[in-house]
Design a protein around this ligand. Sequence first.
Ligand code: OSB
Ligand code: MG
Length: 368
Amino acid sequence: MKIEHIELLHVHIPLVTPFRTSFGTMTSKDTFLLHVTTDGAEGWSEFAADPEPLYCSEFVAGAEIVLAEHLVPRVTALPEVSSAALAPAMAGVKGHLLAKAALETALLDAELRTHGMPIATLLGSVRDRVPAGVSVGISGSVPRLLDEVGTYLAEGYLRIKLKIEPGWDIEPVRAVRERFGDDLPLQVDANTAYTLADAEHLRALDEFGLLLIEQPLDEDDMYGHARLAERLRTPVCLDESITSARAAATAIALGACRVINVKPARVGGYLEARRIHDVAMAHGVPVWCGGMLETGVGRAPNLALAALPGFTLPGDTSASSRYFAEDITEPFTLVDGHMRVPTAPGIGTDPLPEVLRRFTASRRTLYR
Ligand code: OSB
Ligand code: MG
């Protein structure tokens, strides 16, 4: 594969409602897409992080610099470009896994389209649809939360994830359990908002039969999660801490988690995400596919990953309408609580040119 052109497109897409987590509030999706042209086909990807480094250390402006000045030059210098050669070529650049994931995914998309192969086939997907969960932001008002959860359940979502933080944890979980019953698949996500000193407080969640508590402690606190896990009946799930297959192996060996949220962007791309799935499955640790408020460009390949056999819990693989009144691709929709796995070659979708034009704030050529 020969790379002919790489373009970065800044996009700004309004959210249907603000999305609040323990690390901040989002009202629009502001990121960039990568569009690559090769001698075989074109490819697309989406940078998953935000303008501010609040969920992870990477952010839009930083990723643009890393791509333009460090990653694209290394990749375009390769005598022969293939998706498998990209991670080794980029390995000299420390960190920046989300930026690396964006470049790898766009080139993987082009490679797969060249061969007419869907990413679901490459990864080893075994289902043509996946059960959908939904992530519910911090509303600050229990009646509003119950309305919101009720709306999602009426739409058909099969599991609910509540964002929590100190001051918004036990009470909203109790209210949702009381209103919607003990059979509702329910979990919580703290996005690192607690410390080990909160262990006794978090034990109060044990009575609610949650599927899991996601990332209660700091990203780099594997030891703390192992200690916390000993004190909770609720299974600990890691998100931010799992940056590689090696990190997953370490977390499992330490007893720091019993479940893993796999986000391809956070781990450097779909190839590493697949390896995390394999490591977890070998240990009998269930995984599920997380999200980053992706447009259809990021949502499509996530659905393919979520169809692998080890993805035994519903993911944050919600419909386009969860976040966007208008998506940048054909919208992904919920049918009987499930999302269809794309079957077209590559990531399985394309930005709609007219919509893309309206949502694009600026473009920059990174290579020609
Ligand atoms: O921690 O899973 C997270 C969104 C942005 C950044 C981090 C997270 C989230 C979500 C929503 O919980 C996932 C989604 O619906 O795309
Ligand atoms: Mg999370």
